[in-house]
Ligand binder design. Structure first.
Ligand code: GLV
Ligand code: MN
Ligand code: MN
Length: 425
C-alpha cells in the first residue's frame, strides 16, 4: 500500500499521509459487533469503544478532547488568533445495522489526518480547528438522526429529548449516557463556527462511473420521516373467519404498496429527485396463531424540492387512511418524526473546493447528495460544504462498502488545501 499512487494521476506530494489515514480507518473497522460486520450503532457500548480509540488518536495528535452538551466528541486545536473563530471538519462514527467501514467515519478520520498534516508541515492556523464526531447521524433507535449536529446548531427541539428508545430510555438520558449534558444544549449552541467541511463516501455510482476523483456537493436532499401506526384487532387465528377479522398487517400491505406507487409516480414526473422507503416494520403480537393487531411503519422520504415533499405528505394524509380502511382497519396515528428541508451548500466554499481541486490536479464535478449528512444542520449556522469520494459499485449501508486508500487520500488532501484557504480568508 505504501507504494500505491495516491490517485490515478499518480501524485504523491500531498501533505496528508495516506497510510496513517487508512490504518485508523481499518482499526475502527475492527471495533464492531463481533457477529455483525461492520456494525457500531450509536448509543451502544461498541460505539463508546470506537470513541475511546478516536479520543486517544485525537490526543496523540495534540488535540484537546471534549464531549459537548449534545454528546459530540470534539478534538480542538487552538488557533493563533483568539478572535478568528473556529473552522470545523466533521462527520460521524456510528453506523447503520450491518453498515460499512467508511460511511461517516471516513470523514472523522480525514479531519484528524488534516490536523496531523498541519502539524507535520509546521502550520499554526489562525482559526481554531475542531474535528468532530457528531453523535448519532444515522437514524437512531430513538426515531431521530443527526442528533449531535442538531444539538450543536440549535436545531434539536426540546420535545425530541423525550423521544424514547429501547427499554423506554429517553433520548435525554441516552445523550447523558454518552457524556453529554442535555440541559445545557440550548445554552451551548455554537455561534463561533466560521465554516464547516465534511468528507464522505459518495454512496452512489456517479463518481466511479465517470472516473472522477471527487464530488463537490451543491444540494443535499430534504428528508422527512413518518411513523404510521395501523390498528386492527388481535384475534384467534383459528376461530376468526376471514370476513370478520381486522387484520392490521393486511392494511399495512396496502399502505406500503400505496407509498411505493406514489413514490414511483413522483420520481417519474421529472420535477426532481424523489424516493420513499418503508424501512422499519413492527408487527404485534407477531405470533403465528394470532391475527395481527397492530403494525408500526417508519417511512423515509427524500426530495430535491419542498414541492415534491409537500405533494407526498398531502397524499399520505389524504389517501393512506382509505387504503387501510379498505381492509377494515385504521391508521390510528400518522406522526412526522422529523422534517428537514433540502439544503444548498455554500456556493463560496464550493468554489474554493473547486479551485483547490484544480490546483491539486484532481478531476471533479458538482453534484447533489441523495443521502443526509451532518452538513445539513451546520449549513443553518455557517458556510458548509462537502467533498464526496468514490466508493466501489456505489454500495453503501452494507458490509461491502469500500473506497480505495488513494481515493480517500485524494479527498483528504482536498480538505487540507481548502481548509488552508479558509484559514487565510
Ligand atoms: C444517512 O446515512 C442517510 O440515511 O442518508
Ligand atoms: Mn449513512
Ligand atoms: Mn454518513
Amino acid at each position: 500500500m505504501a507504494d500505491a499512487p495516491y490517485n490515478k494521476a499518480g501524485r504523491s506530494n500531498w501533505a496528508v499521509n495516506q497510510d496513517r489515514l487508512w490504518d485508523d480507518l481499518m482499526a475502527l473497522g475492527a471495533i464492531i459487533e463481533p457477529d455483525k460486520p461492520y456494525t457500531r450503532r450509536s448509543f451502544s457500548p461498541m460505539f463508546l469503544k470506537g470513541r475511546d480509540y478516536l479520543s486517544r488518536r485525537f490526543e496523540e495528535a495534540g488535540l484537546a478532547v471534549s464531549i459537548d452538551a449534545g454528546g459530540n466528541l470534539i478534538g480542538r486545536l487552538e488557533g493563533t488568533d483568539p478572535k478568528a473563530g473556529t473552522l470545523m471538519i466533521g462527520s460521524h462514527s456510528d453506523t447503520v445495522p450491518g453498515g460499512g467501514r467508511f460511511d461517516g467515519v471516513a470523514g472523522v478520520v480525514a479531519g484528524l489526518e488534516v490536523v496531523r498534516a498541519l502539524k507535520d508541515a509546521g502550520i499554526a492556523p489562525r482559526h481554531s480547528i475542531e474535528v468532530t464526531d457528531c453523535l448519532a447521524e444515522e437514524m437512531s433507535e430513538f426515531g431521530l438522526s443527526c442528533v449531535g449536529s442538531r444539538a450543536m446548531t440549535g436545531s434539536l427541539e426540546p420535545a425530541m429529548l423525550d423521544y424514547t428508545g429501547p427499554a423506554e430510555e429517553s433520548l435525554r438520558d441516552a445523550i447523558t449516557r454518552m457524556g453529554g449534558r442535555p440541559e445545557a444544549i440550548k445554552a451551548e449552541a455554537r455561534d463561533d463556527i466560521k465554516g464547516y467541511l465534511e468528507l464522505h463516501i459518495e454512496q452512489g455510482r456517479v463518481l466511479e462511473s465517470e472516473e472522477l476523483d471527487v464530488g463537490i456537493v451543491t444540494t443535499i436532499v430534504g428528508i422527512t420521516r413518518i411513523e404510521i401506526t395501523i390498528s386492527g384487532l388481535p384475534d384467534h387465528a383459528g376461530t376468526t373467519p376471514m370476513d370478520l377479522r381486522k387484520d392490521a398487517l393486511s392494511g399495512a400491505i396496502e399502505v406500503v404498496g400505496g407509498i411505493r406507487d406514489k413514490a414511483r409516480a413522483l420520481a417519474a414526473a421529472g420535477e426532481g429527485y424523489f424516493v420513499a422507503t418503508t424501512g422499519e416494520f413492527y408487527l404485534e403480537p407477531n405470533a403465528a396463531n394470532v391475527v395481527p393487531g397492530k403494525v408500526k411503519l417508519v417511512i423515509d422520504t427524500r426530495a430535491q424540492t419542498r414541492e415534491l415533499m409537500e405533494q407526498f405528505l398531502a397524499f399520505a394524509k389524504a389517501e393512506l387512511p382509505a387504503l387501510a380502511a379498505g381492509q377494515g382497519v385504521e391508521i390510528s396515528e400518522l406522526k412526522i418524526l422529523s422534517d428537514s428541508l433540502h439544503t444548498e451548500c455554500d456556493e463560496g466554499l464550493g468554489d474554493l473546493l473547486l479551485q483547490a481541486s484544480n490546483e491539486l490536479g484532481l478531476t471533479s464535478k458538482k453534484m447533489t447528495s441523495g443521502a443526509g449528512h451532518d452538513a445539513v444542520f451546520f449549513s443553518r449556522i455557517t458556510p458548509a460544504a462537502m467533498v464526496f469520494v468514490p466508493c466501489k459499485g456505489g454500495r453503501s449501508h452494507c458490509p461491502e462498502e469500500w473506497s480505495d486508500p488513494d481515493q480517500l487520500a485524494a479527498g483528504t488532501a482536498l480538505l487540507f488545501e481548502t481548509l488552508r484557504k479558509m484559514d487565510r480568508r
